[in-house]
Design a protein around this ligand. Structure first.
Ligand SMILES: [Zn+2]
Length: 436
């Protein structure tokens, strides 16, 4: 049964080295988190699984990696300078600041209880601004990107010229984005610095609706294929009043978090808005000329945009389980093997010198192909429990018999079943069990 309380995951993440509060020795830093030895591997696996599905196994999507810093012109054209704002009000009594649209009662301060104490709402831009070069001030302003998407629009013509792709085709990117959220929270669900997995899919305008439906299905299935139970996911179409002014349709993939349904990803029909905006502001042609039909057009765009860090939280919550093994309570992360930080742990039964050379040799072999851990501390039962709790699908145990029969024990995380496998067949056995 998946985690019912966010703290189950927060505690496990801290205890086992997935996620730490950032700058913790200084008391932590405002909803910022550092990914530890296991969390950094898992976050990378989430992003790799996305790239594998969106780029590697398709022939119509390419990957880019655009810069995080960008000049104001980009955000003027995209509309972010004018529109990427939250309405903020200040309480004149206690001086606290709130998002007006998050207030339960627009006349009552949730902090001090004062009535009618709010200032008029002001538009607060969510972009982080900084300065490039040695001079601060006007002319030196740059912005940390609040989404990775604009990098794909800025490079549309470059990719078109160099990649031999033509619509329908996509440009994908994985990377950090920054939003000065007023109310971050819920662990790694909403943070000011976060990581996105976005793809802009450029299509002939008349094919927009078809591809929108296609990507809604593809994206929902990605989460299910990687182990989230279908009943913990839903596709929620936006109401008309939620849509961006340029969008002709948006749906969110939502996950059942312990606090309720929350967005993992949005699939949006952005029409030709972004390319036209950048064409107009830059004076460059951003269109496609189809030589077959002699037609020139600005492609429509379907954008699946997912949050890598909150998706990692969802995978952790869904994979968490508690059961009883040998009359002892166990917590286990039933992570898909592609997402698990370590695929295999090599565990010599004892620290005795006689076992070490063989165990180390097996570790070296397996580590060539899979992220793998070597652990010779503690009793074997304790070490199995540790691997279960960090989601390692397979343990390979080297015992004294191994020196005689050239075989090892392979233990399965989910069933805890153990089988004897000849060392000569170990790598194929691991590959068959992991599925890759
Ligand atoms: Zn107040």
């Amino acid at each position: 049964m998946p985690a019912t309380d966010l703290d189950q995951i927060v505690n496990l993440c801290k205890r086992r080295g997935f996620v730490y509060p950032s700058a913790e020795i200084y008391g932590g830093f405002r909803s910022s988190y550092d990914y530890g030895p296991l969390g950094s591997l898992m976050l990378r696996n989430v992003k790799d699984a996305w790239v594998r599905s969106m780029v590697q196994t398709r022939d119509d999507v390419v990957l880019i990696d655009a810069s995080i810093l960008s000049p104001p012109q980009v955000w003027e054209a995209s509309g972010h300078l004018a529109n990427f704002t939250d309405p903020l009000v200040d309480c004149t009594k206690c001086k606290q600041r709130f998002r007006e649209d998050h207030l339960e009662d627009p006349d009552t301060c949730p902090n001090c209880g004062a009535k009618g104490s709010f200032t008029a709402a002001r538009a607060f831009n969510l972009m982080f601004k900084t300065f490039a070069g040695p001079v601060e001030g006007a002319g030196a302003e740059v912005y940390l990107r609040p989404e990775t998407a604009q990098g794909m629009f800025l490079n549309f013509a470059n990719v078109l010229q160099t990649s031999r792709k033509k619509p329908p085709f996509g440009i994908a990117q994985v990377g950090k984005s920054f939003r000065n959220e007023i109310t971050p929270g819920n662990f790694i669900f909403r943070t000011r610095e976060f990581e996105q997995m976005e793809m802009e899919f450029f299509v002939p305008p008349e094919e927009g609706p078809k591809w929108y439906e296609y990507w809604c299905n593809e994206r929902l299935n990605w989460y299910i294929d990687l182990g989230i139970p279908a009943e913990m996911l839903k596709m929620r179409p936006h109401d008309a009043d939620e849509l961006s002014h340029y969008s002709t349709g948006t749906s969110d993939v939502e996950f059942m978090f312990p606090w309720g349904w929350g967005e993992l990803e949005g699939i949006a029909q952005r029409t030709d808005y972004d390319l036209k905006q950048h064409a107009q502001h830059s004076g460059q042609k951003l269109e496609y000329f189809d030589q077959a039909t002699n037609e020139r057009y600005v492609p429509y765009v379907i954008e699946p945009a997912a949050g890598a860090t909150r998706t990692m939280a969802a995978f952790l919550l869904a994979a968490y389980d508690e059961d009883v093994v040998n009359d002892e309570k166990r917590s286990v992360l039933r992570l898909h093997p592609r997402l698990a930080p370590y695929k295999v742990a090599v565990l010599p039964l004892s620290k005795k010198d006689t076992l070490t050379p063989l165990a180390k040799a097996l570790y070296a072999d397996i580590a060539e192909r899979y992220m793998c851990e070597y652990d010779e501390t503690q009793a074997i039962g304790r070490r199995y429990r540790r691997q279960d709790e960090i989601g390692t699908p397979l343990c390979v145990t080297v015992d004294f018999e191994s020196l005689e029969d050239n075989a090892v024990t392979v233990r399965d995380r989910d069933s805890t079943e153990q089988v004897r496998v000849p060392i000569a067949e170990l790598l194929p056995e691991i590959s068959a069990r992991l599925g890759f």
